[in-house]
Ligand binder design. Structure first.
Ligand code: F6R
Length: 340
């Protein structure tokens, strides 16, 4: 039941802190598996990270973390599996909430038959994808009813951050407080997200821009608002936006910047370029304020991605609701996609 919430989507966004807490404590009680997977990641010749939709965005985030450590990693949109030839020495990380997405299954089947080992991260015990994997990690997000992935995305990112931190000698123990960062972000954001969502709902097109680890979040923000509010949204690496996309920008064109605090000076150049053409700037900032925006939310966080995730989801939710749409059941979409 919705337990007093108007929709499952908003209920499930509010369940994100618990989902993250349960998942991190489950990982901490299963360090044997985490250790084995960490070793596989460090020893692999290549780490191929596969998933679809939202799960692909979590995968891209992880793949960027790995390439920053000097690991050769390929982020693979699952349905494009035929573009990669697997080989021994490859490690596949397959990410899927349902564990049943056929595109993900097909990608792991192909690469496995060519010699790769498979790690799966799913939210459903003994799902098809889990059953075909050499190593399994389960998220403990609980059931997700809304078609749009929300708490499960935040939980995927938390699980992957844990794995990354453990494998590369970072402070993985700090993730035991990750749920608090998510909770604080949700509490601080409702008003901002409602206003931005209502404004964006009236637009035809939106850009979501970010650099570095913010790019997968920009991509997820664009997907989320597109799928539940039917406003066309596109994400780009912020620096790439001047190589074409900026030609659309005129007075009032909305641009959501994701500023995770890593490269605010570089990002500011892109903000100024957009502003000079009349772009209307919305800014989600963590740890470093950027200014220059029509509306900016500022959060402090040890885990920027985990704080940004509920913000982009709340914006999408309020955009849908302000158009009178049911965000739990967007047209043309199914929760689990079992056709290729
Ligand atoms: C977006 C969404 C879809 C799924 C995709 C993969 O909100 O829900 O893009 O993320 O269909 O599904 P799973 O993770 O079950 O493999």
């Amino acid at each position: 039941s919705k337990e007093g919430y108007a929709h499952f989507m908003i209920k499930e966004i509010h369940e994100s802190p618990k989902a993250v807490r349960d998942t991190i404590s489950s990982l901490m009680s299963d360090l044997d598996v985490v250790e084995k997977i960490s070793e596989e990641i460090r020893q692999a010749e290549r780490v191929i990270v596969t998933g679809a939709g939202t799960s692909y965005h979590a995968g891209l985030y992880f793949s960027l973390l790995l390439t920053r450590e000097g690991i050769t990693s390929i982020p693979l949109i699952a349905s494009e599996y035929y573009n990669v030839k697997g080989k021994r020495g490859d490690l596949i990380i397959a990410i899927s909430q349902s564990g049943e997405t056929i595109d993900v299954l097909q990608s792991i089947r192909k690469l496995k038959s060519e010699g790769a080992k498979v790690v799966s991260i799913t939210n459903v015990i003994e799902s098809a994808i889990a059953r075909e994997s050499d190593y399994k990690i389960y998220m403990r997000a609980g059931p997700e009813i809304g078609v749009a992935a929300t708490k499960t995305f935040t939980t995927q990112v938390a699980s992957l951050l844990f794995l990354y931190s453990y494998a590369f000698g970072k402070d993985w123990k700090a993730l035991k407080d990750a749920d608090k960062e998510v909770e604080q972000a949700i509490n601080a954001t409702e008003g901002f997200a409602k206003r931005v969502g209502e404004e964006l709902a009236k637009k035809q097109n939106i850009y979501y821009l970010g650099r570095g680890l913010s790019l997968p979040l920009a991509m997820e923000g664009a997907l989320k608002i597109k799928e539940v509010s039917y406003v066309h949204a596109e994400a780009y690496p912020a620096g790439e936006s001047k190589h074409g996309p900026i030609s659309l920008v005129e007075s009032g064109f909305p641009i959501v910047f994701i500023n995770d605090g890593e490269m605010p000076e570089l990002l500011k150049n892109n903000v100024m370029e957009m502003k000079a053409r009349g772009g209307k700037i919305y800014m989600i900032s963590v740890n470093r304020k950027l200014g220059e925006a029509e509306l900016e939310i500022f959060l402090n966080s040890k885990f920027p991605a985990l704080s940004i995730s509920p913000v982009i989801q709340l914006i999408a939710y309020y955009a849908a609701v302000s158009k009178g749409l049911d965000p739990d059941k967007p047209r043309n979409l199914a929760k689990t996609v079992t056709v290729e």
